[in-house]
Write a protein that binds this ligand. Structure first.
Ligand code: HEC
Length: 121
């Protein structure tokens, strides 16, 4: 099964680094985010295309909380890992109401998946 997934990823031309953590599982974990986030356009939350490496609160046209806008954070892997354990613990006052993902592996897989997403405007 795993071999098959890797083969499909290779055919799809996903970057090899994305396969270190299980981006395929991360895509499943991402279902928890879909109620509020889309990859290429803003919804309840800002779009997440190209979010890894992006400055917090920087998507044009999205009405962020002051807390996120003034956080001064950049969404690198370590920051995202903290955010995904409970956004309001990292940024008190954020509008993202989310209980958090307890499983460390699931968080790593999710971040690996987020890295595969192309930047959206
Ligand atoms: C209940 C709705 C909801 C869910 C579920 C949700 N989010 Fe959010 N998310 C938001 C909102 C609203 C914001 C904007 C927060 C603010 O402005 O304070 C946000 C902001 C973010 C940001 C900051 C983006 C930026 O441009 O600064 C990231 C990263 C993020 N969410 C990732 C996720 C991930 C990954 C998941 C799934 C594990 C998830 N969110 C689940 C509503 C949600």
């Amino acid at each position: 099964m795993r071999k098959w997934i890797v083969a499909v990823a290779m055919i799809a031309g996903l970057p090899a680094a994305a396969m270190a953590a299980d981006a395929e599982n991360g895509k499943t974990v991402f279902n928890k985010c879909k109620a509020c986030h889309q990859v290429d356009k803003n919804a309840v939350g800002p779009h997440l295309g190209g979010v890894v490496g992006r400055k917090a609160g920087s998507v044009e046209g999205f009405a962020y909380s002051d807390a996120v806008k003034k956080s001064g954070l950049t969404w690198d892997e370590a920051t995202l890992d903290k955010w995904l354990q409970g956004p309001s613990k990292l940024v008190p006052g954020t509008h993202m109401i989310f209980a958090g993902i307890k499983d460390e592996g699931d968080r790593a897989d999710l971040i690996a998946y987020l890295k595969t997403l192309p930047a959206a405007k």
